[in-house]
Design a protein around this ligand. Structure first.
Ligand code: MRU
Length: 353
């Protein structure tokens, strides 16, 4: 089967995004031809998932460069980068990618025209590198699972090809582990309220004929209590210096339940998801989204009109509830500040951008 390509730079110098809002019922793509449109697509969740947001923003900067003509091109690009940075607040990959693109703009700021080619190469490299990182994480995570066959695993949200440069982070470990015969089944939580688990993860796994069972988020304890889950494997949107992890809302509850029932917890994320400038998860900005995600199903109201709604879309799991963090450099078991700093200081398996 051809690999999923949710983000594609096209020959006519525009960006094509697979519109994840309609999956799995419709496979529609959206053409993006400006930085503003890229920012809107991120905010509206046409594209989502921490690494995919970063990749899209990087291509957004290329689109800005194409349109920034005249002597004021650096100012025009600074405004576009600001607009992209405001598209979503929690996933650090967005700011990581924009920082890298901004450095290229800075290097060329006295040139007559924006460095379109250099920016395009950098955006392509971010996308390629993310795929390479996901493949490496897949092997590291599967090695950990290989110590004792876990049977079935549980995952939350969508961390697959749709959320990354390809293969996936947590779902990449699951894919690699399945290929190596290490797991028997995946339990995908539906992931209220946006249903990334039901609409995207179940779809990705079903396409590859990896056995998947979908359940409501609140069935997780029951599954764990029955001893049916070996590992909970999730991604991350930001990991702070002490090993705390921001990820899709519900991850914290799952980690608490996992500790209670003796299920191990693995977080899988590339080093572009680490934010060592923050001491702990308490400092991570947590996005809240529209009340309508809870009060309506399509056009139908499922809650009283005007009701107060709390809709944070991420939460923070403390490092103490995590058994292992897997990144492309290797595995940090029982993560804490020291172990995290040690692994991150090791040489990168691929050239640093
Ligand atoms: O709101 P989303 O769909 O962007 O949230 C995605 C997640 O929380 C993922 O677990 C995380 O970004 C890792 S994706 C490889």
């Amino acid at each position: 089967m051809a690999p999923l390509t949710p983000i594609r730079w096209c020959d006519d110098d525009t960006l094509e995004l697979l519109d994840q809002r309609w999956l799995p019922s419709r496979q529609e793509t959206l053409r993006i031809d400006s930085a503003d449109a890229a920012a809107e697509a991120i905010t509206a969740m046409v594209v989502r998932g921490a690494p995919a947001i970063g990749i899209t923003a990087a291509y957004g900067v290329v689109l800005a460069a194409q349109q920034a003509t005249g002597p004021n091109w650096p100012e025009a690009m600074a405004a576009a980068i600001q607009r992209l940075a405001a598209s979503r607040p929690t996933a650090i990959n967005l700011f990581w990618a924009l920082k890298r693109m901004k450095a290229i703009v800075e290097t060329h700021r006295h040139a007559a025209a924006a460095p379109v080619e250099a920016l395009l190469e950098a955006a392509r490299d971010i996308q390629r590198q993310d795929l390479a990182d996901c493949l490496a994480m897949g092997e590291h995570g599967a090695d950990l699972l290989a110590r004792e066959a876990p049977g079935a695993v549980m995952t939350h949200c969508n961390t697959g090809a749709l959320a990354t440069g390809g293969h996936g982070t947590a779902l990449g470990v699951i894919r690699t582990a399945w290929d190596r015969g290490l797991i028997s089944r995946v339990h995908a939580n539906e992931t209220r309220p946006w249903l990334q688990g039901a609409r995207l993860t179940a779809w990705e796994l079903a396409q590859e004929q990896i056995p998947v069972t979908l359940a409501v988020d609140s069935a997780a304890s029951q599954l764990m209590a029955r001893g049916e889950i070996g590992w909970l494997i999730v991604g991350a949107d930001r990991i702070t210096a002490n090993g705390d992890v921001a990820n899709k809302i519900g991850t914290l509850a799952l980690a608490v339940q996992a500790r209670h029932f003796g299920v191990r917890v693995m977080v899988v994320a590339p080093t572009s998801t680490f934010d060592l400038s923050l001491e702990s998860g308490a400092d991570i900005p947590i996005e809240t989204r529209d009340a309508r995600e809870l009060t309506h199903q399509g056009e139908r109201a499922v809650a009283p009109v005007g009701i107060d709604v709390y809709n944070p879309v991420f939460d923070v799991t403390p490092a103490g509830l995590i058994d292992a963090i897997v990144c492309e450099k290797g595995v940090i078991e029982a993560p804490d500040r020291l172990r995290l700093a040690d692994l991150l200081a090791t040489a990168s398996p691929r050239p640093t951008p």
